[in-house]
Design a protein around this ligand. Structure first.
Ligand code: BEZ
Length: 252
């Protein structure tokens, strides 16, 4: 994944990420006791929610910092450190679930990730996921790109936000049958008066590695936030322009 996580701040100020994942999780229709893998489980909140639904859960994540939080909060869940695009399970599961993860995986690694998921599932197993789709945060990235240029830098987009058609094709090419697919707009409230600045600090890290000084980085963020205020700040609250892809597919 393209990020070093600040696990404490993520858990404290960005809990909406896993709260929004609940709706997608409703698409899993295994019996109680069914085995479910939470791929990119982060701090384990949603993994625990799945456990409370009666599933036998496993969480996989590549961030040791997030896994430390997950293991300390939910010591009875099996959390495994692994790359989502290069993992195997000892025993196949009934369902693989993932929320807000796949946009962090580079486009060229998506086929390996989908093939790992396919191999991790039992025959007819379910693959249920949600992540950022085409147009996700387009206003934010557009203004960051302009601000980078103004200060003499190139903005390299750090996320993969495919169209629904592109992604459904990839999922089919991996051997799945797609039975449900939707792309929808979901303005997402951010926490506090500094909500957008905090969001950029938390999630948009890699493009700033190319910025020569902390002063330039701050100026870029200030400019982008100022230019976005008239569209993303309403009635005293910041809203990020989220667009989601949600799908359910079966191992054929
Ligand atoms: C998302 O959930 O869509 C997302 C979150 C942070 C950065 C990029 C996308």
């Amino acid at each position: 994944m393209n990020i070093e996580w600040d696990a404490g701040k993520y858990t404290k100020d960005f809990s909406f990420v896993h709260q929004y994942g609940n709706d997608a999780a409703e698409l899993i229709d295994c019996k109680a006791g069914g085995a479910v893998l939470d791929l990119g489980c982060g701090n384990g909140s949603l993994t625990n929610r799945l456990k409370n639904k009666g599933f036998h859960v496993i969480g996989i994540d590549d961030s040791e910092d997030l896994l430390n939080v997950a293991r300390s909060n939910y010591p009875d869940i099996n959390f495994i450190k692994a790359d989502a695009a290069a993992f195997t399970l000892n025993k196949p599961v009934d369902a693989v679930f993932s929320n807000a993860v796949f946009h962090w995986i580079d486009k060229d690694k998506q086929p390996s990730m989908l093939s790992c998921v396919y191999n991790a599932l039992k025959d007819n197993g379910q693959f249920v996921f949600e992540f950022g789709g085409h147009g996700n945060n387009a206003l934010i990235h557009g203004e960051l790109e302009k601000a980078f240029l103004k200060y003499g830098y190139y903005y390299k987009m750090p996320f993969y936000f495919p169209t629904i058609g592109e992604y459904a094709s990839l999922v089919e090419q991996a051997g799945f049958q797609v039975r449900y697919a939707v792309l929808f707009v979901r303005p997402t409230e951010l926490k506090g008066e500094q909500g957008l600045k905090d969001w950029i600090d938390m999630f948009v890290k890699t493009p700033f590695l190319a910025v020569a000084s902390p002063e330039d980085a701050e100026s870029i963020k200030t400019m982008a936030v100022r230019n976005l205020k008239h569209v993303l700040y309403k009635n005293g609250k910041w809203y990020a322009d989220y667009v989601r892809i949600r799908m359910k597919a079966y191992k054929d």
